[in-house]
Design a protein around this ligand. Structure first.
Ligand code: ARG
Length: 570
C-alpha cells in the first residue's frame, strides 16, 4: 500500500460511514505549495457535486471525522473544498529504517499477483536492419515489462517479429536471380536489404516480376523445400544481428512469436470472419467494414489470396487470449500505426477474440536527429543501431577520461558501455513517449540534470562518500535526528517513490519514474551542499549516512526499472 493508498483508505471509511458514497472516484495529489500540505484531495468537491452540497462544508465534516493516523499530524481545509494532509515528521523519518530494510525490493508490491500482462514490443523485421523506431519500442517496452514485474504481474514480453509476408516473395525472387539455387551462408543483412530495394527498382520497369514474386511467396507459404530453407537462412542471419543489439541493451523476451508463428492459424481466422459475418468480399479481396465505427475498412485477405499483417495480428490476439487470459494486451508500437490498431481492436472485438482484457496501443513519436530532422543514412546521420551505440561508447570514453584519469582500460571500457547505453535509454524514457525526441549525444551524455549520467554520477558520488566514511554497513541510528529542511525534503522524495513506480506502470509512462529520480538527485545535491555529513557529530553522521544510503538505493532501483545500469566508478 502506498502512502496515497493509506490516505484514500481512511477517507473511504468516512465516505461509507457518513455519506453512503462507496464507489466514488477521487484523487489524492501532491499539492504545488508547501502551505497546502504534503498531500491534498479533491474528494469533498466530488461529493459536493454529487450531493449538491457545499464542498467546503463537506471538507470540514471530512476533516473532523477522519480519525487519527500516525502518518500525519495536521489536516486542514482550503477553498473551494480541498482537504490537505501534513506529514508527521517523526513518522516520516522513521520510514528510513523500513526503506533500508526492504533494500532492493523497496517500491515493489504484489498488486499484480495472479494477473498476466502481454507486452508486444521491439518487433523488428527480418531481412532488414533494426532501426531507431524499433529502438524506441524496445527501450519503452522493456521498461514497461520491468515495471509490471516489479508490481507482481506475470509478464509475457513478446517479440512479434515481422518474419512472414509479401516481402519474402520479392526477396526470394531477387535472391534466386543473383545466387541461383544455392544457399549463401555468409549473406549479410545489408545484402538482403539491397536485394529487396533492387527488386523494387527493377519491378518499376518490369511489373511482371510482381506476379513471379507472389508465386515464390506461395511456395514459401506451402513450405516448398528450397524457399523454406532460404527463409530460414534470412531468419537466422537477421536474428544473429538482432541478438547483438539485444545483448548490448540487456533486453530479454519471454517469447519470440513472430508473424510466421501464426501462419497456420490464418485460414481459420478468415473462415471465422466469414462465418460470423464480420468480413465481406470486396473486389475479390476480404475486408471488414468498420464504417459504423467511423473507421476505414480493414483488409484481411488480398485479391491474390495472400494474408496480411492484420490477419496474423488477429490470430495473435486469439492465441494470447486463449493461452494466457491476460488482463492487459499491450502493443508498444510507433504512433504511425494508430489507426491500424483501432481497426484491429475493433475487428477482434467483433470476432469475439478478446473480451475482458484491456487492449492498448502504447504509442510513441519519432526519434529525430540533432536539428529536429528525421534520422537517415542519406543525411549522413547514422540510423544504424549498432553504429549509433558504438559511436556513443566512444564519446562516453572521452568524457569519462576527463572526469576520472585513474580508471584501468577494462574499467573504462565497461563504464563507457554502461554510460552510453544508459544515456540512450534514459533519453527516451525520461521524456513523454508521445512526443518526438531528439537524439543529441551532447545533451544525452552531459552530467547535468535530465540525463542518465547525472543520475549515475549521483549514485557514484554517494558511494564515494561511503568510501571516505569507512562506514559500510547500515547503522540503524536515531532517525528523529534528521530535522534539516533539506533532509526532510529528501525523505519525502524517498517515501513517494513507490507511488511513482505505480503511476508509471498504470499510465505506461516510464518518464514518471525518471522525473522522480531526477528530483531526488537534485535534492540530494543541494542537501550535500548545505548540510555536513562526514563532519557532523557521530550520531547525526550515522543518520545522515543512512539517509544518503537510501538515496543511492532508490536511484539504483529506479534506474534498473528503466533498464539503466549503475556503475560503481566513473
Ligand atoms: N514489425 C512491425 C513493424 O516493424 C511491428 C509489429 C508490432 N506488433 C504487432 N503485433 N503488430 O512495424
Amino acid at each position: 500500500m502506498t502512502n496515497k493508498d493509506t490516505i484514500k483508505k481512511q477517507i473511504r471509511q468516512v465516505l461509507t460511514d457518513k455519506y453512503q458514497a462507496d464507489g466514488l472516484d477521487f484523487n489524492v495529489n501532491y499539492p504545488p505549495l508547501p502551505e497546502m500540505g504534503d498531500y491534498a484531495t479533491n474528494v469533498a468537491l466530488v461529493i459536493g457535486k454529487e450531493l449538491r452540497k457545499n464542498p467546503l462544508t463537506i471538507a470540514n465534516e471530512l476533516m473532523n471525522n477522519l480519525g487519527k493516523n500516525k502518518m500525519w499530524n495536521k489536516v486542514t481545509v482550503a477553498k473551494p473544498g480541498f482537504v490537505n494532509f501534513f506529514l508527521n515528521q517523526n513518522w516520516l523519518t522513521a520510514q528510513l529504517g523500513i526503506i533500508l530494510k526492504q533494500g532492493k525490493k523497496y517500491g515493489n508490491s504484489n498488486e499484480g499477483k495472479g494477473k498476466t500482462v502481454v507486452i508486444d514490443y521491439s518487433a523488428p523485421n527480418i531481412a532488414k536492419k533494426m532501426h531507431v523506431g524499433h529502438l524506441r519500442s524496445t527501450v519503452i517496452g522493456a521498461a514497461i515489462c520491468n515495471l509490471h514485474k516489479f508490481l507482481g504481474y506475470k509478464v509475457i514480453g513478446d517479440n512479434h517479429l515481422g518474419d512472414w509476408g509479401t516481402q519474402f516473395g520479392k526477396l526470394i525472387f531477387q535472391y534466386k536471380k543473383i545466387y541461383g539455387e544455392t544457399i549463401k551462408k555468409n549473406i549479410t543483412v545489408e545484402e538482403m536489404e539491397k536485394l529487396y530495394l533492387d527488386f523494387h527498382q527493377e519491378a518499376k520497369e518490369r511489373p511482371e516480376m510482381e506476379a513471379v514474386a507472389r508465386k515464390e511467396l506461395k511456395k514459401l507459404q506451402d513450405h516448398e523445400k528450397f524457399n523454406y530453407r532460404l527463409w530460414q537462412l534470412f531468419y537466422r542471419v537477421s536474428m544473429t544481428e538482432f541478438k547483438k543489439v539485444y545483448d548490448l541493451l540487456g533486453v530479454k523476451f519471454e517469447t519470440w512469436h513472430g508473424e510466421s508463428f501464426y501462419h497456420k492459424m490464418l485460414p481459420g481466422v478468415i473462415a471465422e470472419a466469414l462465418k460470423k459475418g464480420v468480413a465481406e468480399k470486396s473486389q475479390g479481396a476480404l475486408i471488414v467494414n468498420l464504417e459504423k465505427y467511423g473507421l476505414p475498412p480493414l483488409l484481411i485477405k488480398k485479391t491474390d489470396g495472400a494474408y496480411l499483417y492484420s490477419t496474423s495480428d488477429l490470430a495473435t490476439i486469439k492465441y494470447r487470449h486463449e493461452k494466457y487470459s491476460p488482463t492487459k494486451n499491450l502493443y508498444v508500437v510507433a504512433d504511425q500505426q494508430c489507426l491500424y490498431f483501432e481497426q484491429l481492436f475493433k475487428t477482434s472485438e467483433l470476432l469475439g477474440y478478446h473480451d475482458k482484457e484491456e487492449m492498448m496501443h502504447i504509442k510513441f513519436g519519432l526519434i529525430l536527429g540533432k536539428g529536429g530532422k528525421k534520422m537517415s543514412t542519406r543525411e549522413g546521420e547514422v540510423a544504424d543501431l549498432m553504429e549509433i551505440i558504438n559511436e556513443g561508447i566512444e564519446k562516453a570514453k572521452v568524457r569519462i577520461k576527463i572526469k576520472n584519469k585513474n580508471l584501468s582500460k577494462i574499467e573504462l571500457e565497461k563504464t563507457a558501455k554502461i554510460i552510453a547505453l544508459g544515456a540512450i535509454k534514459y533519453n527516451d524514457l525520461s521524456q513523454n513517449r508521445l512526443t518526438d525526441i531528439i537524439f543529441d549525444w551532447d545533451k544525452m551524455l552531459n552530467f547535468e540534470s535530465g540525463s542518465a549520467p547525472y543520475l549515475q554520477y549521483t549514485y557514484v558520488r554517494v558511494k564515494s562518500i561511503f568510501k571516505k566514511s569507512k562506514d559500510q554497513k547500515i547503522k540503524r541510528s536515531n532517525y528523529k535526528l534528521l530535522k534539516e529542511q533539506a533532509e526532510i525534503k529528501l525523505m519525502k522524495d524517498l517515501i513517494n517513490f513507490p507511488e511513482a513506480v505505480r503511476a508509471a506502470a498504470e499510465e505506461y509512462k516510464p518518464n514518471i519514474v525518471a522525473l522522480h529520480l531526477d528530483k531526488l538527485a537534485a535534492d540530494f545535491h543541494s542537501y550535500y551542499e548545505q548540510v555536513p555529513i562526514l563532519k557532523a557529530d557521530e550520531k547525526i553522521r550515522r543518520a545522515r549516512l543512512d539517509l544518503i544510503r537510501a538515496v543511492a538505493q532508490v536511484i539504483k532501483i529506479g534506474l534498473e526499472l528503466l533498464g539503466v545500469k549503475t556503475p560503481e566508478k566513473m
